[in-house]
Ligand binder design. Structure first.
Ligand code: V47
Length: 364
């Protein structure tokens, strides 16, 4: 295999990966540009194995999207709606309680909750929903509100993001999901999501969370109008932030789904590009412990293959996804634990059910 990698012109990158040496910006570009998928996958698999052995993680989680009303209305998003749209919805605090109650018989360990940037919900709504979830499920870990939502709460409360995060933590927040990062480049943000928090704003909120002992995840929405340079720049900014704080748990590349969005003229991502994003991220983000193949976006079959291309995590049961399905995802909206076990075992990995912070709940 080493010979094949040298033949692909990636011998110097192989040496760096073998020596645990950090890849440069130019290396990242070369990996994305290389047509030799197996060579890139081999490199990423070496890094994955070194970091996570033969383990592949999953979680028993539930998604709740409290509202799709959003003032940002990003061009790549099919979920966000104007408040006067027929498709707009908003859950009351009691509606969220009902959503949690519906699944009390299931062994859910994490509730993942995000929503749009709502123009009218009061600050107290956000602390109240956390409290209600904890009332119903005291032991659950709540991973909620992207850095973009936190920045919005900082604005409406006047408390600053540190003040907001302290409040939310007291109300039951356990960690922050990785959404809203999109592509940090200001060119991409101007063209696709001009009203959204800037890339540096997103990173500042994430670093503030880390300082307060709140872990966060990070994502990158790829496969629309971004260049390869902008992808590597995004990864580089994340790697620098992680050097500073060490607070990121996982990186999740998100495959763009065009249906029902303002970018619906674009095609869906290819399997090759999906695997490349996972593999290049695994090679480049040497300080991120985990790379997640989010099966909702790339499908169950490709997630299984991704476990040999750098990913060590497939997210989880999800129960149930709305954001990507509004944009045309054809995957199921949830998976059972048995399905996840089969997916991972067939890929030759050891299924590890984890909690949000990657503590082992069960090794199968
Ligand atoms: O923030 C929006 C993206 C994100 C589309 O932290 C789209 O573990 C594809 O962040 N096609 C929400 N993606 C999902 C997310 C996430 C998912 C799973 C796990 C974690 C984690 C985070 O989805 C949004 C946005 O970046 N998104 N529209 C679309 N059309």
């Amino acid at each position: 295999m080493d010979y094949l990698i040298k033949n692909a012109g990636l011998g110097d990158i192989l040496e760096k990966v073998q020596d645990g040496e950090r890849l440069s910006f130019a290396d990242g570009i070369r990996l994305f540009e290389s047509p030799d998928l197996l060579a890139i996958g081999y490199l990423a698999n070496m890094v994955r194995e070194r970091k996570n052995g033969n383990n592949a993680y999953f979680i028993y989680n539930q998604h709740i999207n409290y509202s799709n009303i959003c003032t940002n209305l990003c061009k790549f998003c099919a979920f966000g709606k104007d408040s006067d749209s027929d498709l707009a919805y908003e859950m009351s605090v009691e509606d969220v309680r009902v959503k949690v109650r519906e699944r009390l018989s299931e062994p859910i360990t994490e509730i993942h909750m995000v929503g749009g940037i709502h123009p009218d919900l009061p600050y107290s709504y956000y602390t109240d929903v956390l409290k209600v979830i904890k009332e119903e499920r005291p032991d659950v870990h709540i991973q909620a509100f992207t850095c973009v939502e936190i920045a919005h709460l900082a604005e409406i409360s006047g408390l600053g993001s540190a003040g907001v995060l302290e409040d939310l933590k007291k109300a039951g927040l356990g960690s922050i999901p990785g959404g809203g990062a999109e592509v940090f480049s200001s060119r991409i943000r101007e063209l696709t999501c001009e009203k959204k928090l800037s890339g540096s704003g997103w990173l500042e909120v994430a670093k503030t969370a880390h300082e307060l002992d709140l872990h966060t995840n990070a994502t990158m929405l790829y496969g629309h109008i971004e260049s390869l340079e902008e992808r590597v720049e995004h990864l580089d900014m994340l790697r620098r932030a992680q050097d500073e704080t060490g607070g990121f748990l996982a990186f999740i590349p998100l495959a763009f789904h065009p249906k029902n969005t303002e970018l619906s003229r674009l095609s869906r991502t290819s399997g090759v590009d999906d695997l490349k994003n996972i593999a290049v991220a695994r090679c480049f983000l040497d300080n991120f412990p985990h790379i997640k193949a989010y099966w909702i976006m790339i499908g169950q079959k490709l997630s299984q293959i991704a476990l040999s291309f750098g990913a060590d995590d497939v997210d989880g049961t999800v129960k149930e996804e709305i954001i990507t399905h509004m944009a045309g995802a054809e995957t199921e909206q949830a998976m059972s634990r048995d399905q996840l076990l089969r997916l991972i075992r067939e890929a030759g990995r050891i299924p590890i059910e984890r909690d949000t912070l990657y503590n082992v709940i069960n090794s199968y």
